[in-house]
Structure formats: structure tokens, C-alpha cells
Ligand binder design. Structure first.
Ligand code: A2P
Length: 280
């Protein structure tokens, strides 16, 4: 299943998250399992340190490059026109591919740009390069991550391309309603990293009761909820059985009633941190 982005490109409805997946054999092995299981969308970032391992796994698979959707992200020390150029070149080199499907600004307000609105101009300049990179064919889609409405609004003051996605910490535990509403208003897809609340929602009794009803796991219910909300979940795992089962969510549908119960579970696990208060 695929979702259409605001620029016409399609993105596979579930992505394979790799935040905290260690570089080297673990990353390579888990990408291999994910591709065999049927994932066609891999989410990484320069900061995760595993781009080169993912690039190696891409070399070793029989799945053609054009069938795999790859996302990476620009880190906080690269927020400028020249910095963005360098960052994208590095990610392309590490992944050893000639285009990236989706390239995101990882965080809106790096520590050194916190004072006096410096972050605004820096994001706008970064974006100016990313728009050129689209024209040059180095990236197909560009977007943002961890952007709250005021960050997005400031980017939109000068943007020629509307971000295709805003990737945020999004699970039943933290539904980020105001951010999601703002994304939707601008036709920006809300991508959900940590759709399992980094694993912290998996003991919840209400979720367990729903999972039992469908003969599914809590993780599968949470991923299904995310899809039905119109999000783009990116579950992370390095455990083969979990990698496989997290994709096995297309043979059931949560009722409106169950969706409502899950909507009411805010705060059951970990919540997003405030991007304006991040210290990196
Ligand atoms: P592991 O990678 O060791 O398999 P999130 O995607 O919300 O960030 O959650 C990732 C965390 O949840 C990881 O610790 C991962 O562990 C764990 N996890 C992923 N899928 C499942 C699953 N199906 N059942 C239980 N735990 C899971």
C-alpha cells in the first residue's frame, strides 16, 4: 500500500525505522530481513550513523533500487545553504546511491541557532538549497522533521516547495494533535517515528484487550491505528520476528469504536520532547 505525497510521488504506507539501530552487522542484517519481509521504505538519518551500512545492504539485495524508498535527514550542524549541500553530498556518498527519495531537515532549532531567531533564516537558507537539489535530481521529495506549527510557518514564508512530509514523534501516547492539524492544513503527510512510543506502550491493558479481539499484538494494533489515522508509521526493530509482524497489519481493520478508545490513551507511554528546548 502506498500514500500519495503532495508532489505526486508515492511513499510506501509503512516505513522501516532505523533510529538506534547500530551501524554494521546489525543494521545490515535487519535491512535484509526487512526487505525480505516486504518493506520497501527505509528511514535513516545522518545522525543515526548507519547510512553506510544501509548502503551496503542495498548493494547486497536483489530488490532493485527504484523499488525502494529511502529517506535521510540533515543534521543540526548543517543548517545553511552550503551546509545543506555538504550534508546531502555526504548522505548520498554514505548510502552510495545517486538520489534520495525523501530528504528532511531533522530538527528545526539546533542549539547554536536558538538565540534571536537565527534558526528561522538558517532553515530558510537550508531549504533554498534543498529546493535546488530537487531540480538537480539529487532528491525527489523534501520535507521536515520535528517541526511545530511556528517552525513550519516560518519556513513557508520563503519556501517555493511545500514540504512533502513532517516526521514527528507520534503514537497513541503522544498524538501531537496541533502539529498533525497544521500538517494536514498544508497537505503535508504526518510521518510517525516511534509509532510504538519507543516500545513504552506495549504493556497497556486497554491496547491488549483490543489486540486480543483481533488476534493481533499491541504493536500491530498501534501500527494499524497509525495507518487508519492517515499517518505514515515507521516502526523500528532489529528483531526478525518483530520486523515481519510489524508489517502484517493489512488483514484487519480497527472499528471506529476501537479507534476512539485508542485516541483516548494519550500519555500512556513516552511523549515527544519540545524541539525548542532540545539541547543539541
Ligand atoms: P527491538 O529493536 O529490540 O526489536 P518505536 O518504533 O516506537 O521506536 O519502537 C522501537 C522499540 O520497540 C524497540 O525497542 C524495538 O525493539 C521494540 N519493538 C519493535 N517492534 C516490536 C514488537 N512487535 N513487539 C515488541 N517490541 C517491539
Amino acid at each position: 500500500m502506498k500514500i500519495k505525497l503532495n508532489n505526486g510521488y508515492e511513499i510506501p504506507a509503512i516505513g522501516f525505522g532505523t533510529w538506534r539501530t547500530p551501524a554494521g552487522d546489525v543494521a545490515k542484517a535487519s535491512i535484509k530481513v526487512a526487505l525480505e519481509a516486504g518493506y520497501r521504505h527505509i528511514d535513516t538519518a545522518a545522525m543515526y550513523g548507519n547510512e553506510a551500512s544501509i548502503g551496503e545492504a542495498l548493494k547486497e539485495t536483489d530488490v532493485p533500487r527504484e523499488e525502494i524508498f529511502i529517506t535521510s535527514k540533515l543534521w543540526n550542524d548543517k543548517h545553511s545553504y552550503e551546509g545543506a549541500k555538504e550534508a546531502l553530498a555526504d548522505s548520498l556518498k554514505n548510502l552510495d546511491i545517486d538520489y534520495i527519495d525523501l530528504y528532511l531537515i531533522h530538527w528545526p532549532v539546533p542549539k547554536v541557532l536558538k538565540d534571536n531567531d537565527a534558526w528561522k533564516r538558517a532553515n530558510q537558507e537550508t531549504w533554498r538549497y534543498l529546493e535546488e537539489a530537487v531540480e538537480q535530481g539529487l532528491v525527489r521529495s523534501i520535507g521536515v522533521s520535528n517541526f511545530m506549527p511556528h517552525h513550519l510557518d516560518s519556513l513557508l514564508e520563503t519556501a517555493k516547495i511545500i514540504p512533502a512530509t513532517n516526521q514527528i514523534y507520534l503514537s497513541p501516547s503522544d498524538q501531537q494533535d496541533d502539529v498533525v492539524r497544521h500538517n494536514t492544513k498544508h497537505n503535508i503527510l504526518s510521518q510517525a517515528y516511534s509509532p510504538l512510543g519507543s516500545g513504552t506502550i506495549l504493556e497497556n491493558e486497554d491496547l491488549q484487550a483490543i489486540a486480543d479481539k483481533y488476534n493481533k499484538s499491541i504493536a500491530q494494533v498501534a501500527i494499524r491505528w497509525s495507518l487508519q489515522k492517515g499517518f505514515n508509521p515507521l516502526p523500528k526493530s532489529v528483531t526478525p520476528e518483530r520486523i515481519v509482524s510489524n508489517l502484517d497489519v493489512f488483514d484487519f481493520e480497527l472499528t471506529d469504536e476501537d479507534m476512539n478508545v485508542i485516541d483516548s490513551l494519550k500519555g500512556i507511554g513516552k511523549e515527544a520532547s519540545n524541539p525548542d528546548e532540545k539541547d543539541f
